[in-house]
Design a protein around this ligand. Structure first.
Ligand SMILES: *Cc1c(COP(=O)(O)O)cnc(C)c1O
Length: 508
């Protein structure tokens, strides 16, 4: 039969093709992926290797051959997210049960925009969303949707905050009429270390980045309620209009959690929409030991939580939760071909009404399968293990006179730097990160505090041990000491400013 080997059916030819395809992917993973954190290949090498490829040959080839060839590219030169030394970003090793669910998600290819494209998936997602709202302490009026991640969830939060303000205070529908003139005076307040997507959302929503007012944090990088109140007062004095407050539960760099109860009180007092960006910190909700850090989160009008971070799901997987489902009306739309209004009155749920996406993956299934497999206890153990490791790591760094710890971790992100003379500190730390990656020893991240370069470890992997960390810290010091020796030899030479690795000194 024609095309049988290309599509899933119950025929033995189709089934054999599918079986072989899946087996070939496993072979690539087993043989070519994950041995070291990274191959060390530079951007130039990879760009050149990829430039040689023909994206679309006239004649096709055997899938097995193709996957095998890809092994030497995608297998060898991907970062090994599950390797214990791959600890740079909020980029988790995915759970095996979730990987199994991904196979089902893509094979069944349900689309969550309309019920007739996802009959049972619609209800499973809603059940999971419902459970999530309860976990976060929301009332029965709450609802939500799965999203592609924090960026989309934060955009939805800011969109509803903006439109809600206009509807209730100005009797103005932005959905119909666009921005009112007053929108130039709208302000959104957030921590100065809030995620950049808050500004991005403001820009996309026509308010401009100017609408986002960064508020000072305390010495632990948590938003200061006093500074928030002062800022609110001065905005009002300037005749500006604060419409929303964004609290972060787990800042991307420091894992710091803003004082949610105090901010909720302020939001209520000033009549602001409170959005909590818990893309990262939401992962604490299943931990009996650490959940208390999220106290107050239930007062948020809307909530961002990512599952492709501290819930160990393959990308993409996130959720947007809304305290009062009625607010979804602000963005609801109906298309005759997709979700006519008659569906709603007939009790047929079309989830497109509460999402910015139309066609949408059944990502809820992977979280569902993971929760079933590990249980609440299993998830708590993953999170607790990594937070304990972070605590221990912070102690080790703080005790090392060669290193400077920048934050006492509330979660599992640690920012620090190698101490060196001021004039070379930034380049040295930047070089350390680059050298670790180029040598394939470890993938760690870099960030800035007050314009100075720091190193960052995001310890999401429960398989990373304190011994792994000790080894990485040793390597960091070796690289730095080698560099300082070389640097002193060349102290008269001009430092490179071209972005090349300053620790890769040629000894010639
Ligand atoms: C990761 C992150 C985001 C962005 O989420 P994506 O899933 O990458 O789109 C937003 N806020 C915080 C606090 C984050 O850590």
């Amino acid at each position: 039969m024609a095309f049988e080997q290309y599509f899933l059916s119950q025929s033995s030819q189709s089934w054999a093709a599918y079986h072989d395809a899946i087996a070939a992917t496993q072979q690539v993973l087993r043989e070519r992926y994950g041995q070291s954190p990274y191959s060390g290949a530079t951007p130039d090498t990879l760009a050149a290797a990829v430039a040689e490829l023909d994206p679309c040959p006239v004649e096709g080839n055997q899938l097995k051959t193709i996957l095998n060839n890809l092994g030497s590219l995608v297998g060898d030169h991907s970062v090994a997210v599950a390797h214990p030394n791959c600890i740079a970003h909020l980029h988790c090793p995915p759970l095996i049960p979730a990987l199994a669910a991904e196979v089902l998600i893509s094979a069944t290819n349900q689309s969550l925009d309309s019920w007739d494209q996802s009959p049972v998936a619609t209800f499973l997602e809603q059940r999971l969303v419902n459970w999530l709202t309860q976990e976060f302490g929301y009332p029965a009026s709450a609802d939500g949707t799965f999203t592609s991640g924090g960026t989309q969830s934060n955009l939805m939060g800011m969109l509803l905050a903006r439109d809600y303000y206009c509807q209730t205070h100005l009797h103005w529908s932005i959905k119909e009429h666009g921005l009112p003139a007053t929108a130039r005076r709208f302000r959104i307040l957030c921590s100065q270390v809030a995620h950049f997507t808050v500004k991005q959302a403001a820009a996309v929503l026509g308010l401009g980045e100017q609408a986002v007012v960064p508020v000072a944090t305390d010495e632990h990088y948590r938003l200061s309620p006093q500074a928030m109140e002062q800022q609110l007062q001065s905005l009002l004095a300037e005749d500006l209009i604060p419409i929303a407050m964004v609290a972060t539960a787990g800042t991307t760099d420091f894992g710091s959690i803003d004082p949610l109860p105090e901010l909720a009180t302020l939001a209520q007092q000033y009549g602001l929409w409170l959005h909590v960006d818990a893309a990262y910190g939401g992962g604490l909700i299943l931990s009996d030991r650490h959940r208390h850090q999220l106290t107050g989160i239930a007062d948020a009008d809307s909530l961002t939580v990512d599952f492709h971070k501290l819930f160990y799901q393959p990308i993409s997987c996130g959720a947007f939760l809304l305290r009062d489902r009625a607010h979804f009306q602000l963005m609801e739309r109906h298309a005759a071909y997709l979700n006519p209004k008659t569906n709603a009155s007939a009790g047929i749920p079309d989830l497109v009404t509460q999402s910015l996406q139309t066609t949408r993956r059944f990502d809820a299934l992977k979280l569902w399968v993971s929760l079933q497999t590990l249980g609440r206890k299993g998830f708590a153990e993953l999170v607790d293990t990594t937070l304990a490791l972070a605590h221990h790591t912070a102690e080790t760094i703080a005790a090392d006179p060669a290193l400077e710890l920048a934050n006492q971790p509330q979660m599992n992100a640690i920012v620090f730097r190698y101490l060196a003379a001021t004039d070379k500190r930034d380049r040295l730390n930047q070089g350390i990160r680059q050298t670790l990656m180029e040598n394939g020893d470890a993938v760690i991240a870099q960030t800035e505090i007050a314009g100075e370069v720091y190193l960052k470890l995001t310890l999401l992997n429960p398989r990373t041990t304190h011994a792994d960390i000790t080894t990485i810290l040793q390597k960091i010091k070796q690289i730095a000491q080698q560099w300082e020796t070389d640097y002193d030899c060349r102290s008269n030479s001009t430092p490179s400013t071209d972005g090349s690795n300053p620790c890769r000194t040629n000894h010639a």
